[in-house]
Design a protein around this ligand. Structure first.
Ligand SMILES: N[C@@H](CCC(=O)N[C@@H](CS)C(=O)NCC(=O)O)C(=O)O
Length: 202
């Protein structure tokens, strides 16, 4: 099994944390999707990472599908409840985390365009989603240790990857200062070996 990914992708980090928590061994294949000679399209027609390449040749994308697949590979450290409303609630947290990341990446990419081509309206629209998403996460988390239930789930992993990617790429968004409960929660998350081992590197 190979994970085709980059060391900076927040979606790939989600998958790497899932693997670490569940003690799943996997080869890492570094891929720069922005380089002209990227081969990522051979595995994912959407040209995005992460992609999980199984030993039988099946290429799985995107990160949510990969995470769900991995959670079923071993019962160690289950990250998704079996079904029902609990599973939906964890997937909803995952959607919130991923959605914050999606909007943050839209801002980051727009800001990389030449200044005269950038749209201030587009940036403001996407920043609105980032800030509303963070506020909702803070409100719904409250003082709990985990997004849902009494143990780590995919919801916590997705939200942590989103917030830590924002801090890495869009440090003007001061979510730690604005939301002390998110700060307390992320400090506990960052103490996990799986997060320490997957800090983005350029
Ligand atoms: N929804 C996808 C998003 C994946 C994604 O957008 N990955 C970025 C890297 S962080 C990418 O490969 N972008 C290349 C592109 O959009 O062309 C997932 O969860 O895996």
């Amino acid at each position: 099994m190979k994970l085709i990914a980059s060391y900076t992708s927040p979606y790939a980090r989600k998958v790497r944390i899932v693997m670490a928590e569940k003690r799943i061994e996997c080869d890492f294949v570094a891929e720069n999707v922005w380089s002209a000679d990227t081969r990522v399209g051979d595995f994912n027609p959407l040209g995005k990472v992460p992609v999980l390449l199984l030993d039988d040749g099946l290429a799985i994308y995107d990160s949510r599908v990969i995470a769900e697949y991995l959670d079923g590979v071993t019962p160690v450290a289950r990250l998704l409840p079996d079904g029902g409303r609990d599973r939906v609630q964890v997937k909803r947290w995952e959607a919130l985390g991923d959605g914050i990341t999606d909007a943050g990446i839209a801002v980051f990419l727009e800001k990389k365009r030449p200044a005269e081509q950038q749209s201030a309206d587009w940036i403001a629209r996407q920043l609105g989603k980032v800030n509303a998403g963070i506020a909702a996460a803070a409100r719904e988390l409250g003082d709990r240790d985990f997004c849902h239930g009494l143990s780590l789930t995919l919801g916590d992993i997705s939200l942590a990857c989103a917030l830590l990617w924002l801090e890495f790429r869009l440090p003007d968004i001061k979510w730690r200062e604005q939301h002390p409960n998110l700060r307390a929660w992320i400090e506990k998350m960052e103490a996990r070996q799986s997060l320490a081992d997957t800090v983005p590197k350029v």
